[in-house]
Design a protein around this ligand. Structure first.
Ligand code: NOJ
Length: 958
C-alpha cells in the first residue's frame, strides 16, 4: 500500500512540521558513529592515526593537463588500517584557491568512492600553473602560492594549515577528527585495538568476526588512555547498521557498507561563520555543540521536502551548499566541502571557530578560499562554481502565483484586475492543476481549452507566464513522457536494478535520471515547440519537488540505495540531483527558439552552482510573523553562497495573513531578489487588487516601488552575473572591518546602489531599528530626513506607520530608477531614467547604469550600455564604464532615452547655477536642515537636464 498520508494531510490543510519524519544525527548510523569523535578528541592523549608519506608531483595523466608546479600527491595511511591505502592530493588553482582531496586508492574492494560532485558543481577548476613551490623537510611540506599564502602540511599526524603572513587562518585536521571509513566486506574481521609502536609500525590483534547482528553501541566504552596508543574505539564504533540500515519501514541495503568520512576545519581568527544554506537559522551560525549551545543537532545538508519548516532550526531544508565564510575584522576566509551525500556540520565558537563535518559517502574534496575579504571570497567562489545567470528582465519584476489559477478565464481575469487596480505585474504562474492528472506538459483542456491563445493574450499586456513541470512522471502508458523515458531506459533504478516507482502528486510515478546523458537531448526536445505545441515563447518553467520529493519514501525522498547512471547510488548524488534537473530544464528553454533566449526556471532544490541555472525560493513558509522575520537571514545565507536570486512566498504559503501582515510582506517582497506572491490551495484568495483602501494603496505602493527601482536591481543582477557578487549584501560583507555589525541579518543592501533595506516583521510595529555603519551619512528614501556621518556605528529608530518601512540610502552612492510605472516591465523599456545622487561625507558619490535588451544573449557580445556615474568637485558625469561593441544594436534602440531627473542629496552649498555643455538648466533647491536635531538633507532637483543615457555628459553644479 502506498502511503498517501502526507498528500492527504496537505490536501486537507492539516500542517505542522513532523519532526518524526526527519532524522536526527543519532538516527542515522554514520552520524551516530562519527559525531562523538569530537567529544572523544577532548581526551588528553587523543591523536590522529593518519599520516602522510613523501609527496610527488601529480602526473599530467591524473588531471589530464600539465600540472607543472601546481599539484602533488601524498600517500596517506592510518595506523588503524595499515593495509588500506589512501591518497591525499593538493592542487593550487587559479584565484589562489587550494584544493585538498582524499580518496581511498588501490583498494581490493570492487567499490569506488563517488568523485563526480565537482563535475556537476564546478564550472572551472583551472590549475595555477607554475606559481606554487613545494619544499619538504623534517616531516613537513610547505607549499607557497598566490599572494603570500602557504599551505603548511604536517605529515604525522596529518594537519594542514593555510597560513597568511605567518598566521594560520584555516586548519584542516587541527583536532584530528579526520577519518575515512574504508571499504570492507561484512565478513572482514574487526580488530579490537591497535597499538602504535615506534614510527609507523603497527601491531594488530585479531578480534572476533563481526556479524550484522551485532548490537548498536552508540557510546562505546572509553579505554583508559595511555601514551602512544590510538584507541580504535575513538574512530570505529561498532554499529550493527553499517551494512544495512532500517529506519521506520524503510530498509537501506547499503551494498557498499560503511564509507562515511569525518573532518574538522578550524578557523583560529574567526568570530563568526556564515553560510551552509539552506537552514532557517540566523546568518551568523550559532553553536550546535558544547555547553549552552543554541542548537543540539548539527546543521544538516540533505535536500528534503519539509513543509511547514521550523523557523529557528538546523534541520535540513530544500537545498544544500556546503560553503562556509569564516569572518572576523582580521579577515574573511572560506571553505567549500564539495560533497553531495548527506552531511552534518557541528559548529563551536572555541579558539576561533571549530567545525566538524560528517558525510555519508564520496571523496573528500575541500577547497580553501583565501579571501581575505568577503568581496574577494564572492569572486573566488564564482571562479569555481560560476557566476549567476543573467536573468531576463521580466524575471526581476513581480510574479503572481497561486495554487492554483484553475481556468483560462481566471488567468485572464487576473490580468484585467491588475490593470483596473493600476498595479504592475510581469508574470502569472500556473501550479500543478493546469496539468491533466498532474501529467506535466499535458494541459487540462476542460479548464484551459486554448493555452496558446491564453498565453498570447497575457503577452499582449507585455507579460509572461510560468507553468510548473515537476520531476515525477505519472506511470501510465498513455502518457508520452512516461513511455519515452521507459523506451530510452533513462529512469532512476532501485537497488535491484528495476525502475524505481514512488508516490507523488500524480499517484504512482517514476523519475528520470538526469545524470544519464541520454536524458539530456530528450528533455530538451520535450520543450521544443514541435513536441510541446501547447506553449509559446512567453511561457517559462517552475521546477518544484526536485529534492526529489517522494511521498512514500524515507524522509519524503528517494531511497539511498537507488541507482543512477554509472552505477552510483542515490546516497552519493542526492544533493546534486535537483540541480541537474534545473540545469536541463533551463537549457531546454534557452534553445527553444532559433535565437537563444535567456531562460527563466525556478527551482526548489539547489546545490553549489545552481546559480548558473536560475532562481530558487525558500519553499513552504508559513504566514506567521516568525517566518517572515527569519527570511532575511535565509536570503542572505543563500546569497553569500552564490544563490542570490532568491525569494520567499509573499504572504506565506500556508495560512491566511491579515491585512497588516500582507502589507508588510509585500514591502519585504519588493526587496527580495525574486519577488513572487504564492499561496496554498486551501488559502483565501489574496491578490493585491482584492483589498479595500487603504490596504490596496499600500500594496500598490510596494509593487510600484519594485518597478521604480528595477534599474538598480538590474545593475545588481548584472554584477552577480559578471563578478559573482551577491544581489543583496549582508552587513559584514559591506563593512568587513566593523565588529559590531557583523552578525546583523535583519537588513541588507541592494547591490552597490547604496539602498539599505530593513523589513518590518513585528506585528503592530510603529518603529524599527536600523544599524548604521560608521563613516557615511545615510538618507531616508521616502523623506528628506538624514543621519549625518558618525565615527562610530549606531542604531537609529525609524517610524514605521503601515505605509512606511526603513529604506535608506548610504552616502557615496548613485543609483538609477525609472519613475513612470507601467503595467509591466517590458513597457518601461524606453522610459527615461532618474539618478539619485546620495553624497558621501566628502561630497562625492559613484554609481553605475547597466542596461541591455533584457531577453537575449546579445549582451555577452557587447550589445549593452554600461555607464559609470560619478559626482566629484560639483560635477556629475556619465562615462562609458565597459566598452560595448561598435554596432551595439541595443544602444541604437534606446538612443532617445533621456535622463528626466537628477536628485542630489546632501549638497553642502546652495548652487548658483546648473549647466550642461555650457547651457543652464533649471533646478529646484531645498536647503533642508542638516544641523537640526532631526536633520533634513539638502535636496537639489534637476529636471530634464537634456541628456541621454547612451551618451557621455557632465552636469556642472556651480
Ligand atoms: C510544493 C511547493 O513548495 C508549493 O509551492 C507548490 O504550490 C506545491 N508543491 C504544489 O505544486
Amino acid at each position: 500500500m502506498k502511503l498517501l498520508l502526507p498528500a492527504l494531510l496537505l490536501a486537507l490543510g492539516v500542517h505542522a512540521v513532523k519532526h518524526e519524519d526527519f532524522k536526527e544525527c543519532g538516527q542515522t548510523s554514520f552520524c551516530r558513529r562519527l559525531r562523538p569523535l569530537s567529544t572523544k578528541s577532548e581526551s588528553a592523549d587523543f591523536a590522529s592515526p593518519y599520516s602522510l608519506g613523501t609527496p610527488s608531483l601529480a602526473s599530467a595523466s591524473q588531471i589530464g593537463a600539465p600540472t607543472k608546479d601546481s599539484a602533488w600527491t601524498f600517500p596517506l595511511s592510518s595506523t588503524l588500517y595499515p593495509e588500506v591505502a589512501f591518497e591525499l592530493r593538493v592542487d593550487v588553482l587559479e584565484g589562489d584557491i587550494a584544493r585538498v582531496r582524499v580518496d581511498e586508492v588501490g583498494s581490493a574492494s570492487p567499490w569506488r568512492r563517488y568523485n563526480e560532485t565537482a563535475r556537476w558543481s564546478l564550472l572551472s577548476s583551472e590549475p595555477a600553473h607554475g606559481t606554487a613551490k613545494i619544499s619538504t623537510q623534517n616531516g613537513m611540506s610547505s607549499i607557497k602560492y598566490g599572494h603570500g599564502l602557504e599551505l603548511r602540511i604536517n605529515h604525522a599526524p596529518l594537519r594542514i594549515a593555510m597560513v597568511r603572513d605567518g598566521t594560520e587562518e584555516i586548519v584542516f585536521n587541527d583536532r584530528g577528527l579526520f577519518h575515512m571509513e574504508h571499504f570492507r566486506t561484512k565478513e572482514m574481521p574487526v580488530e579490537e585495538e591497535v597499538k602504535e609502536t615506534e614510527g609507523e609500525q603497527v601491531k594488530t590483534e585479531e578480534g572476533e568476526a563481526q556479524t550484522e547482528e551485532v548490537e548498536i553501541k552508540s557510546e562505546p566504552e572509553e579505554q583508559e588512555p595511555f601514551e602512544a596508543v590510538i584507541d580504535r574505539s575513538w574512530f570505529e564504533t561498532e554499529d550493527g547498521d553499517m551494512f544495512e540500515e532500517q529506519w521506520k519501514r524503510w530498509r537501506d541495503s547499503k551494498p557498499k557498507g560503511p564509507e562515511a568520512f569525518s573532518l574538522d576545519i578550524s578557523f583560529p581568527l574567526a568570530k563568526h561563520v556564515f553560510g551552509l544554506p539552506e537552514h532557517a537559522s540566523p546568518l551568523s551560525l550559532p553553536d550546535t555543540i558544547g555547553e549552552g549551545s543554541h542548537y543540539t543537532e548539527p546543521y544538516r545538508l540533505w535536500n528534503v521536502d519539509i513543509f511547514e519548516y521550523v523557523a529557528d532550526s538546523p534541520m535540513a531544508l530544500y537545498g544544500a551548499v556546503p560553503l562556509l565564510h569564516a569572518h572576523s575584522t582580521k579577515g574573511t576566509v572560506g571553505v567549500l566541502n564539495l560533497v553531495a551525500s548527506e552531511t552534518w556540520v557541528d559548529v563551536a565558537h572555541t579558539n576561533g571557530v571549530q567545525t566538524h563535518w560528517i558525510s555519508e559517502s564520496g571523496i573528500m574534496d575541500l577547497l580553501l578560499l583565501p579571501g581575505p575579504n568577503p568581496t574577494a571570497l564572492f569572486e573566488q567562489y564564482a571562479s569555481l562554481t560560476g557566476p549567476a545567470q543573467m536573468p531576463p528582465q521580466f524575471a526581476t519584476a513581480y510574479h503572481q502565483c497561486r495554487w492554483n489559477y484553475n481556468t483560462q478565464g481566471e488567468v485572464i481575469e487576473v490580468q484585467e484586475r491588475f490593470e483596473e487596480a493600476d498595479m504592475p505585474l510581469d508574470v502569472t504562474w500556473l501550479d500543478i492543476e493546469y496539468a491533466d492528472e498532474h501529467r506535466y506538459f499535458d494541459w487540462n483542456k476542460k479548464m484551459f481549452p486554448d493555452p496558446v491563445a491564453m498565453i498570447n493574450q497575457v503577452a499582449k499586456f507585455g507579460r509572461k507566464m510560468v507553468a510548473i513541470v515537476d520531476p515525477h512522471i505519472k506511470r501510465t502508458d498513455s502518457f508520452r513522457v512516461y513511455k519515452d523515458s521507459l523506451d530510452l531506459d533513462i529512469l532512476i533504478k532501485k537497488a535491484d536494478n528495476n525502475n524505481f516507482d514512488g508516490w507523488c502528486w500524480p499517484g504512482s510515478s517514476v523519475w528520470v535520471d538526469f545524470f544519464n546523458p541520454k536524458s539530456w537531448e530528450w528533455w530538451t526536445r520535450m520543450f521544443s515547440f514541435e513536441t510541446w505545441a501547447d506553449q509559446t515563447k512567453d511561457l517559462f518553467v517552475w521546477n518544484d519537488m526536485n529534492e526529489p520529493s517522494v511521498f512514500d519514501g524515507p524522509e519524503i525522498t528517494m531511497p539511498k540505495d537507488n541507482i543512477h547512471d554509472g552505477g552510483w547510488e542515490h546516497r552519493d548524488v542526492h544533493n546534486i540531483n535537483g540541480m541537474l534537473f534545473h540545469n536541463q530544464t533551463q537549457h531546454a528553454i534557452t534553445v527553444r527558439e532559433p535565437t537563444k533566449k535567456r531562460p527563466f526556471v525556478l527551482s526548489r532544490a539547489f546545490f553549489a552552482g545552481s546559480q548558473r541555472f536560475g532562481s530558487v525560493w525558500t519553499g513552504d513558509n508559513l504566514g506567521t510573523w516568525e517566518h517572515m522575520a527569519g527570511e532575511a537571514a535565509m536570503f542572505l545565507s543563500n546569497s553569500i553562497a552564490g544563490i542570490s536570486f532568491v525569494g520567499a512566498d509573499i504572504g506565506g504559503f500556508f495560512g491566511n495573513p491579515g491585512n497588516e501582515m500582507l502589507v508588510r510582506w509585500y514591502q519585504k517582497g519588493a526587496f527580495m531578489p525574486f519577488m513572487r506572491a504564492h499561496a496554498h490551495i486551501d488559502t483565501k484568495r489574496r491578490e493585491p487588487y482584492l483589498f479595500e483602501e487603504p490596504i490596496r494603496s499600500y500594496l500598490r505602493d510596494a509593487l510600484r516601488l519594485r518597478y521604480i527601482l528595477l534599474p538598480a536591481w538590474y545593475n545588481a543582477f548584472h554584477d552577480a552575473a559578471t563578478k559573482g557578487h551577491p544581489v543583496i549584501w549582508p552587513q559584514y560583507a559591506k563593512y568587513p572591518s566593523d565588529e559590531t555589525g557583523a552578525a546583523v541579518d535583519n537588513q541588507y543592501y541592494v547591490g552597490d546602489s547604496g539602498l539599505l533595506f530593513r523589513p518590518v516583521v513585528d506585528e503592530g510595529a510603529t518603529s524599527a531599528d536600523v544599524y548604521l555603519a560608521a563613516g557615511q551619512p545615510f538618507y531616508d528614501y521616502f523623506s528628506p530626513r538624514m543621519w549625518p556621518a558618525r565615527s562610530k556605528p549606531r542604531n537609529v529608530t525609524i517610524d514605521t506607520p503601515l505605509d512606511k518601512f526603513p529604506l535608506l540610502i548610504e552616502g557615496g552612492h548613485i543609483f538609477p530608477s525609472r519613475e513612470r510605472v507601467r503595467r509591466s516591465s517590458s513597457l518601461m523599456r524606453l522610459d527615461p531614467v532618474t539618478f539619485t545622487v546620495a553624497l558621501g561625507h566628502n561630497q562625492e558619490a559613484k554609481g553605475q547604469l547597466y542596461m541591455d535588451d533584457g531577453e537575449t544573449f546579445a549582451w555577452e557580445s557587447g550589445a549593452f550600455i554600461h555607464r559609470a556615474l560619478e559626482f566629484k568637485n560639483g560635477k556629475l558625469s556619465s562615462t562609458q564604464k565597459v566598452p560595448h561593441n561598435a554596432k551595439n544594436e541595443y544602444a541604437q534602440s534606446i538612443q532617445d532615452v533621456g535622463v528626466e531627473r537628477v536628485r542630489v542629496l546632501g549638497l553642502n552649498q546652495e548652487p548658483t547655477s546648473v549647466s550642461v555643455s555650457g547651457k543652464e538648466v533649471q533646478f529646484v533647491w531645498d536647503k533642508g536642515a542638516p544641523s537640526a536635531k532631526e536633520p533634513r538633507a539638502a535636496v537639489l532637483t534637476i529636471k530634464n537636464p537634456g541628456v541621454k543615457v547612451v551618451n557621455d555628459w557632465e552636469i556642472v553644479i556651480a
